[in-house]
Design a protein around this ligand. Structure first.
Ligand code: FES
Ligand code: FES
Length: 80
């Protein structure tokens, strides 16, 4: 079983989230609908990080999947 996530990208992606809407961030890196989960984590040790947006704003989702503040980018992509 894979324990390291696939690096989907080396820079975050900006998304305008809507208050009250739920977002499922892909933790495994295999989704074809990055940065969100499309179910491709099946058979891996990963499951999506689900968060409800508290307000409408622009957030930066991690694409390298190594952030220390998942699902958001914390700059860790510089080191992976
Ligand atoms: Fe990656 Fe679901 S597809 S966590
Ligand atoms: Fe920046 Fe992953 S994209 S920490």
């Amino acid at each position: 079983m894979t324990t390291e996530p696939h690096i989907a990208g080396r820079a975050p992606v900006a998304v305008d989230v809507e208050a009250g809407k739920t977002y499922a961030w892909c933790a495994c890196g295999n989704s074809k609908k990055q940065p969100f989960c499309d179910g491709s984590h099946g058979g891996t040790a990963f499951s999506p990080v689900v968060r409800k947006a508290e307000k409408s704003e622009t957030v930066y989702f991690c694409m390298c999947k190594h952030s220390g503040n998942k699902p958001f980018c914390d700059g860790s992509h510089e080191k992976v």
